[in-house]
Ligand binder design. Sequence first.
Ligand SMILES: NC(=O)c1ccc[n+]([C@@H]2O[C@H](COP(=O)([O-])OP(=O)(O)OC[C@H]3O[C@@H](n4cnc5c(N)ncnc54)[C@H](O)[C@@H]3O)[C@@H](O)[C@H]2O)c1
Length: 261
Amino acid sequence: MDVSGKVVVVTGAAQGIGKALCERFHAEGARAVVAADLNADGAAETAANIGGMAFSCDVSKSEEIERMVEEVERELGLIDLFCSNAGVLDIDPDFDNAASATDAQWARSWGVNVMGHVYAARALLPRMIARGGGYFLNTVSAAGLLSQIGAATYSTTKHAGIGFAEHLAITHRDDGIKVSVLCPQGVDTAMVRGASGLQPALLDGVLSPEEVAACVIEGLAAERFLILPHAQVAGYIQKKAADYDRWLGGMSKMRRALKGG
Ligand SMILES: NC(=O)c1ccc[n+]([C@@H]2O[C@H](COP(=O)([O-])OP(=O)(O)OC[C@H]3O[C@@H](n4cnc5c(N)ncnc54)[C@H](O)[C@@H]3O)[C@@H](O)[C@H]2O)c1
């Protein structure tokens, strides 16, 4: 997909990767860019900078996404590309206990990192199928393909995010629905700056949100399912698939080093 002339919605657009996506889509000539976020002021700021439309929306609430889709299509035209980018990261309260996250943390991560994608698809699929197609770009993470040491809720819900995107792509390929998953490692945003314990990913190369947005443009142009801004992730997936036990051993070793360091 070439985003020029398209109507695009980006969730989690108040800052970080979502903000960079909005700016890049605008620069590429999108007809309309909608910046949606729980943080209404941040979304308004992103939208104001690019002459876009802001939307206050909690992606973990089905009715809020439904309302946004309805209003955007009424005001701006049919949505060509929906970027389900909002996400949350909780670190395990006890680094030495994989099951230490609270039920509230599990529910929050599931609500945003998984159901946010499901609700977007639920709201848009009937509309897109009726008009012959549409595009979903779901921001997941390399943690959904590999893992995130010290963050059970994040690792698990990001794996679920990949699972849903695969299912969406398989089920609706013949309906003209295209799907890409954006799976970076470390990106210099508030999410990683606010979380301790993410050093392995960060040591492996931190990209700016703008660099990630550039990879998205390229990945959308190629209509590739897997968009990997950190190219080395492709090799890690291959190693994991080739020898799962060896990969788990390597990750445990990395965890020990992280703990000692
Ligand atoms: N930063 C990284 O290293 C990294 C790496 C891989 C994947 N990701 C993913 O990229 C996406 C964007 O993350 P970021 O790094 O820009 O983080 P960020 O924290 O800077 O931005 C996330 C945005 O999502 C919004 N948000 C959170 N919950 C929401 C909800 N319920 N409804 C609507 N908006 C909500 C926040 O208000 C915030 O503006 C996330 O899905 C994240 O998991 C980030």
